[in-house]
Design a protein around this ligand. Structure first.
Ligand SMILES: O=P(O)(O)O[C@H]1O[C@H](CO)[C@@H](O)[C@H]1O
Ligand SMILES: Nc1nc2[nH]cnc2c(=O)[nH]1
Length: 304
């Protein structure tokens, strides 16, 4: 139950303090933030002029507890563009409240970030998807949100965004088009699809009956993250790109003998991280081609 006292452990002042702490320690002023999913920390390999902060050293930041999530904020440049990477994200199943899970997104907004690219590892429900494919997220299903586990529950702070944000366009159409153009140019079209990502809380992988239900409901892939970050990003007026790496096929059939596990997820992520990195490097270099949106819901739309 949400009350004034317990609803938010990450107030505007907490966010401000963390933002000021970071801005006073780095000269980087990123316009793009990238969240690295499970096993995708290698995405930071192409960053030059790196400056790294461990999460445990940043005031108010949660710490990473999941293998494959290093726990560092990496500032730097890619093709001359200033960016910041979350090398490791936070999940509901780790025991964090959703406002803690999404805390970094608001820090990025207050630092002056305009675009966020979220990546994840997910299980493929769409029967056309193969292990190692990339799904450009077109839309999502916020399953925990239906049950009241929602990062925007509780008193709304208008300085971040409006009470009732529109979510029908959470994933920027222009950024999706840009990324589809890039993947075509790189010769990746055969293993890139658009689709709907469904978030479950985890930490267990799906039962067969659950997987069948999610598939019937219109989900193309399933994972345990991303949706809270995207919801908060859209609330405060960031442009969002979502890329999901299909690390396993989710079983819809009781005769299926293969059992998914986190080690396999990490193995596939590491195998395909290079490909995802190629996409993101080009995306970062070219994202200025897509105009910045002006209709920000957030009144703190510029860096403090
Ligand atoms: O969504 P990311 O952080 O990529 O991680 C995915 O991989 C883990 C399961 O292997 C879960 O945390 C799931 O959400
Ligand atoms: N819930 C869920 N999360 C995942 N993350 C990577 N693969 C999966 C999966 O099959 N199910």
């Amino acid at each position: 139950m949400h009350t004034e006292e317990n609803s938010c452990c990450c107030s505007f002042d907490d966010c401000k303090l963390t933002t000021e702490w970071l801005l006073s320690r780095t000269r980087h002023r990123p316009k793009i933030a990238i969240v690295c999913g499970s096993g995708l920390g290698l995405l930071t390999d192409s960053v030059s002029n790196k400056q790294t902060f461990r999460y445990e050293d940043i005031p108010n930041f949660p710490v990473s507890t999941v293998p494959g999530h290093e726990g560092s904020l990496v500032f730097g440049q890619i093709k001359g563009k200033s960016c910041v990477f979350m090398q490791g994200r936070f999940h509901l199943y780790e025991g964090y409240s959703l406002c803690k899970v999404t805390f970094p997104v608001r820090i990025f907004k207050l630092m002056g970030v305009e675009t966020i690219a979220v990546t994840n590892a997910s299980g493929g429900l769409c029967q056309d998807f193969k292990v190692g494919d990339i799904m450009v997220i077109k839309d999502h299903i916020n399953l925990p949100g239906f049950a009241g586990q929602h990062p925007l529950c509780g008193p709304n702070d208008e300085r971040f965004g409006i009470r009732f944000p529109c979510m029908s366009d959470a994933y920027s159409k222009d950024l999706r088009k840009l990324v589809l153009d890039i993947t075509a140019e790189l010769g990746y079209s055969n293993f890139v699809h658009e689709g709907v990502y469904c978030m479950v809380s985890g930490p267990n992988f799906e039962t067969i009956a659950e997987a069948r239900m999610l598939h019937i409901l219109g989900s193309d892939s399933v994972g345990m993250s991303t949706v809270p970050e995207v919801t908060v990003a859209k609330h405060c007026g960031l442009r969002v790109l979502g890329l999901s790496l299909i690390t396993n096929k989710v079983s819809l059939d009781y005769s299926h003998e293969e059992k998914v596990n986190h080690e396999e997820v990490l193995q596939i992520s590491k195998m395909r991280a290079e490909m995802l990195k190629n996409v993101l490097v080009t995306f970062i270099a070219r994202s200025h081609q897509v105009e910045t949106i002006n209709n920000s819901n957030c009144i703190y739309s510029n860096a403090m």
